[in-house]
Design a protein around this ligand. Structure first.
Ligand code: GLU
Length: 454
């Protein structure tokens, strides 16, 4: 872009966005993530014209590297199956690429790029030296045997191993990838490398170099963040009615921590439907069904006398609540659902999933003064503890549960502080989305400036 074209910041941002759309046709989730960040940082760009001169915007929206590979494997019936594998190494200004792997049939280039883009800024907020990346496959783990999962993970890693390493790129889990998958991926990586390079993956089981509290970290971190946000507005979680979508790793530990802090969690969901438990969700039963048996939520009502099952997951948001915690997947809260939540008097929304609210939904929450905790800040606890796992691995040491939990809490409080102070400094007090975007963009952009045009 010519320098004269850069004078008006809004026009300039618009042009960069147009280029992103032209260059990445049809990648709507990626466009959405880029648009959300770029349109909210214009006040910073007005002050820091050197970012424009150095082409930070044009560079930050372009991944440093994207790999895309075939993953062949053989199922239990002896048939050859083929999936697609992805890894996007988006930005390494602050450290090695870092971010999870998602195994889900919806995974495509747009999804991994949106997740990788978000990860750059999320990781920057943690204050730990991590760049941003993401990966995954359109492999559907649902209904697969343990043997099939292992074979798939081994084939996936056979290719991925060329691109990762503790100071290159450090994958972890995301939807469909938990400590079982990380274990198989790590086993194959170790075999291919002929070395126990423990820091090349995080989210490992604690028996093979994982960190305590990693499993709980995203959910607990979300609640630490939300409770700070409530406190800052004269509220607490005590006796609040909470709805949590999802019933995976993030949802389970968000429910657990919210209940420890006195909230009443009434409902949670999975792809097949949701459960409404009048007595509050029993998190131990939920863990048994979801973590151990890997079954559908329909099982839950067999164990709980006052629980109902409903087949439409989206209808979970029709239950009146004080606090809504979307912990399932992207774009689960759209304008229509946001309106229902607002009508029912929701006081706060805390994003546990990545980009669970559409732009229209976010605008409605902010306009209606609903406290809004944006994902890249409020769900950073998972990757924060991954960062702590990397530090423990590098130092060949282990920290106690309390030590990791304290550090997690401190990081989440710090993220809240920087997001709210930045929002205030840019004349939009309470707009944590803007605060988080500006603060994290600034960190990444400054690190990019120092390193020249690379
Ligand atoms: N998938 C998680 C996230 O969205 C964690 C990534 C990691 O630990 O590297 O932040």
């Amino acid at each position: 872009m010519e320098i004269e074209e850069r004078v008006n910041v809004n026009d300039y941002v618009f042009k960069v966005l147009e280029t992103v759309k032209l260059r990445n046709p049809g990648e709507k989730e990626f466009h959405q993530a880029v648009e959300e960040v770029l349109t909210s940082i214009t006040p910073l760009l007005e002050e820091r014209k050197e970012y424009l001169e150095a082409g930070i915007l044009e560079r930050i929206v372009e991944p440093e590297r994207v790999v895309y590979f075939r993953v062949p494997w053989i199922d239990d019936k002896g048939r050859t199956r083929v999936n697609r594998g992805f890894r996007v190494q988006f930005n390494s200004a602050l450290g090695p690429y870092k971010g999870g792997l998602r195994f889900h049939p919806t995974v495509n280039t747009s999804i991994v790029k949106f997740l990788g883009f978000e990860q750059i800024f999320k990781n920057a907020l943690t204050g730990l030296p991590m760049g941003g990346g993401k990966g995954g496959s359109d492999f559907n783990p649902k209904g697969k045997s343990d043997m099939e999962i292992m074979k798939f993970c081994q084939s996936f890693m056979t290719e991925l191993s060329r691109y990762i390493g503790d100071d290159i790129d450090v994958p972890a889990g995301d939807i469909g990838v938990g400590d079982r998958e990380i274990g198989y991926l790590f086993g194959q990586f170790k075999r291919l490398k002929g070395a126990y390079e423990v820091g090349a993956l995080t989210g490992k089981n604690i028996r093979i170099g994982g960190s305590l509290v990693r499993k709980e970290a995203t959910g607990y971190g979300l609640i630490y963040f939300v409770s700070r946000m409530l406190e800052d507005n004269g509220l607490t979680l005590e006796n609040k009615k909470v709805i949590v979508s999802g019933s995976g790793n993030v949802a389970i530990y968000a429910i657990e921590k919210a209940q420890q802090l006195g909230a009443k969690v009434l409902a949670c969901s999975d792809s097949s439907g949701f459960v409404y438990d009048y007595d509050g969700i029993d998190v131990e039963i939920l863990k048994a069904i979801k973590e151990k048996q890997r079954k559908s939520l329909t099982e839950y009502i067999k164990f709980r006398p006052n629980a109902e099952y409903n087949e439409n997951s989206k209808n979970i948001w029709k239950i009146p609540c004080d606090i809504a915690l979307p912990c399932a997947t992207q774009n689960e809260i759209d304008e229509e659902i946001a309106k229902i939540l607002i009508k029912n008097g929701v006081k706060a929304v805390g994003e546990g999933a990545n980009m669970p609210t559409t732009k229209e939904g976010i605008d409605l929450f902010i306009k209606n003064k609903v406290l809004f905790a944006p994902a890249k800040a409020s769900n950073a606890g998972g990757v924060a503890v991954s960062g702590l796992e990397m530090i423990q691995n590098a130092g060949k040491t282990y920290w106690s549960y309390e030590e990791v939990d304290q550090r997690l809490k401190k990081i989440m409080y710090e993220i809240y502080k920087i997001a709210s102070e930045t929002a205030e400094a840019f004349n939009e007090p309470g707009n944590l989305l803007k605060g988080a975007n500006i603060a994290s963009f600034e960190k990444v952009a400054n690190a990019m400036l120092i390193q020249g045009i690379v």
